[in-house]
Design a protein around this ligand. Structure first.
Ligand code: SF4
Length: 244
C-alpha cells in the first residue's frame, strides 16, 4: 500500500520544519475515556481547538513502507493543553504503518476503512471532538475540568494509538498534534483532501467502476497518485474488459 507515500513525505517535511516534542507509546499513560462521546457545554469549556476562524485539519495516511511508517509515537508541535489560554489552531494527523496488505485487493480497502473508523471510537473525558469530513477539519471543545485535571496531548495521543493498534493490521501509529500558529493549516487541509480523494477513488475501484480512464471523472487523481491505475487494472482484470 504505497498510494499515500508522497503525502506522508510531504507531511513529514512540513512537521520537521517546526519545533516538536516526541513521546514513545506508553499504554499506561492514556487519558481516562468514556464509552461514548461526552457533551461539553460552551459554559464549561476552557477553549476550542480548531474553532471556526482558526486553522484546522485532520487526516490519516497509510503505508506499508517501514522507513516511512515510523514508530508508535506522539508528536506535538506547538503549545500543550495546559499552556493554551484561548481558542487556537489545531490539526491531528495520523501516519499508520500497516501490514498484510501486500496484495492490493478488496481486503486492503476494507482494512483502511475499518482503521479510519477507529478515530470515531476515542472519547476522552472532557474532550469533545467534532469531525467535519467535508471540510477536513477537526474541532475540539476542552472542558475546564479536564484542564484542571491535567489533560495533555501526550496522554490523548496514547488513547489514539491504543485505538488504532486494536486492528491487528496496524504495525505502528504516529499521532501528530499541531497547535503551532506557524504551521500551514491550509496546506494541511489540501493534503487531507488529497488523502480523501485517494480513499474515495479506492471506493470507486472496489465498487466495480469500469476501467476506462478516457471517460473517468477520477482521472486527475489517478494521473497524480502513483500506483492507482495499476491497482484498478489489476482489480478490473479480474472482471470485465479494460481500456487505458
Ligand atoms: S485507473 Fe482510470 S478508470 Fe480507474 S479510477 Fe483511475 S482514471 Fe478511473
Amino acid at each position: 500500500m504505497e498510494l499515500y507515500n508522497s503525502l506522508i513525505k510531504e507531511t513529514r517535511e512540513l512537521v520537521d520544519r517546526l519545533p516538536a516534542k516526541v513521546w514513545d507509546y506508553d499504554p499506561a499513560a492514556v487519558w481516562p475515556c468514556n464509552s461514548s462521546s461526552e457533551l461539553v457545554l460552551q459554559k464549561d469549556a476552557a477553549f476550542e481547538l480548531g474553532a471556526s476562524g482558526k486553522g484546522s485539519a485532520n487526516f490519516v495516511l497509510f503505508t506499508s513502507n517501514e522507513a516511512l511508517g515510523g514508530r508508535d509515537q506522539v508528536v506535538l508541535c506547538g503549545r500543550d493543553l495546559r499552556e493554551i489560554k484561548g481558542d487556537c489552531d489545531f490539526a491531528r494527523l495520523v501516519l499508520l504503518r500497516i501490514g498484510v496488505l501486500e496484495d492490493e485487493d478488496e481486503a486492503v480497502y476494507r482494512t483502511l476503512r475499518d482503521i479510519e473508523f477507529a478515530k470515531y471510537h476515542v472519547y476522552p473525558q472532557g474532550y469533545m471532538v467534532r469531525i467535519s469530513p467535508e471540510s477536513y477539519r477537526e474541532q475540539v471543545r476542552v472542558s475546564r475540568e479536564a484542564v484542571r485535571r491535567g489533560i495533555n496531548f501526550r496522554a490523548l495521543g496514547m488513547n489514539y494509538i491504543r485505538a488504532y493498534k486494536q486492528d491487528p493490521n496496524v504495525i505502528s501509529a504516529t499521532v501528530i498534534f499541531l497547535t503551532d500558529p506557524a504551521a500551514d493549516y491550509a496546506a494541511l487541509r489540501a493534503m487531507a483532501k488529497k488523502s480523501a480523494d485517494v480513499t474515495g477513488t479506492l471506493t470507486h475501484i472496489f465498487e466495480g467502476l469500469p476501467t476506462d480512464c478516457s471517460v473517468c471523472a477520477l482521472k486527475d487523481i489517478c494521473d497524480e497518485v502513483e500506483g492507482m491505475k495499476e491497482l484498478h487494472f489489476g482489480v478490473g482484470a479480474k472482471g470485465a474488459d479494460h481500456r487505458h
